[in-house]
Design a protein around this ligand. Structure first.
Ligand code: G6P
Length: 368
């Protein structure tokens, strides 16, 4: 690829800062910003007729799919079966041939994801591919291609592909909701307006949070373990935060559903393990804050990633609080991706690891 780092130290940093631009580009393909409607491309799959949706992917693409599940279920009232591709392909899942399946893959070449696709095809499902590389095998073998238009991603740790996958899945879920009559025209317009605001808000966040993130990263780089917690769509984000950190800084990290804290990870809480709580002021906020209280009561150090409303509403003492603007629920996962990406990035920079090519990892995994 003829791609260079520009003024950035690493491709990963460049790709993080590129997000407002590539997301506007991707969204322009899926939504009409004049009418505030989802474009007919979402209709390549007849969401009105399908009884359920299957989603399969690996790594970061899987976590994007998990956020997508919350959206398809909430906005389109469409039941979603999702699993990592290496399990999906062998689980003997009972699949209805009337259903559709979505395969999410940056490269479009991941072996397990491709095998899941072929399995669904043999079972008669309609196949959709959410891919970055439009000429890839996964794209070629699909009935409908939903490009994420992120441009070449060089850093092994996926960043802009993740938020572009999320943006495309959000548009598809809204389109599916329209087709199924679970999202009204007025709601569609409102949701699309929120998507339209996203690139500008991302730009604002990227321009303002770096100093706070760098300070925090210096602390994180001294840690051996980090726990990430979240509820609702912030749960997959917690897993993505942990994945990003372990991939490039080699610090052990785990992402957990906030409500599961008391069923295990709470045993690990002490002053040495930071707990990163991802909690926009949404329907789940109070619940997550009560989980945070359980951490605080045991002397745990909390890094709170929230929005203005959330920061004002919580009285808990934290080691650090990262405050993002208040945004609608539909775009919160993309906005909250920024601090978790930057946190992993700066921590790895402090540790001096090879950020763009972390040890033992490959950008594209074409073997099982
Ligand atoms: C590898 C990469 C990850 C990626 C995963 C799935 O593990 O290191 O960044 O999320 O594969 O790749 P895909 O190309 O299918 O999205």
């Amino acid at each position: 690829y003829m791609v260079d780092k520009g003024n950035h130290r690493h491709f990963m940093e460049k790709e993080i800062y590129e997000q407002p631009e590539v997301i506007s580009h991707a969204l322009a393909h899926y939504v009409d910003f004049i009418e505030n409607r989802v474009n007919p491309i979402a209709a390549a799959i007849d969401f009105a007729k399908v009884p359920s949706l299957a989603i399969s992917a690996c790594g970061t693409a899987y976590l994007a799919g998990l956020v997508g599940k919350y959206w398809f279920e909430r906005y389109a009232r469409l039941p979603v079966e999702i699993d990592v591709a290496s399990e999906f392909r062998y689980r003997d899942i009972p699949l209805s041939p009337q259903s559709a399946a979505l395969f999410i893959s940056q490269s479009g070449e991941t072996a397990d994801t491709l095998a899941s696709l072929r399995y669904c095809k043999e079972n008669g499902l309609k196949i959709g591919a959410v891919v970055n590389v439009k000429e890839s095998t996964i794209a070629r073998e699909s009935d409908a291609i939903f490009p994420i238009l992120a441009g070449p991603e060089i850093g092994v740790a996926s960043t802009k592909a993740f938020t572009c996958q999320l943006s495309v899945l959000a548009a598809l879920a809204i389109g599916a909701g329209r087709a199924r009559g679970t999202v009204s025209e007025a709601e569609e317009k409102q949701l699309v307006r929120h998507l339209a605001e996203m690139p500008r808000i991302m730009g604002k966040v990227l321009n303002s949070i770096q100093p706070a993130i760098e300070n925090l990263s210096r602390e994180l780089s001294k840690c051996k373990d980090v726990l990430y917690l979240g509820r609702g769509t912030s749960y997959p984000l917690a897993m993505e935060g942990a994945l990003k950190l372990k991939e490039i800084s080699y610090i052990h990290a785990e992402g957990y559903a906030a409500g599961e804290l008391k069923h295990g990870p709470i045993a690990l809480i002490d002053e040495n393990m930071p707990v990163i709580v991802i909690a926009p002021h949404d329907r789940f906020f109070e619940k997550t804050v009560s989980n945070m209280q359980e951490v605080a009561a045991r002397g745990g150090r909390i890094i709170f990633i929230t929005d203005e409303k959330g920061a004002a509403a919580s009285k808990l003492e934290t080691m650090s609080t990262i405050i993002l603007p208040n945004v609608d629920e539909i775009i919160a996962p993309m906005i909250f991706s920024l601090p978790i990406q930057l946190l992993a990035y700066h921590t790895a920079v402090f540790m001096g690891t090879d950020v763009d090519q972390p040890r033992n990892l490959a950008k594209s995994v074409t073997v099982e």
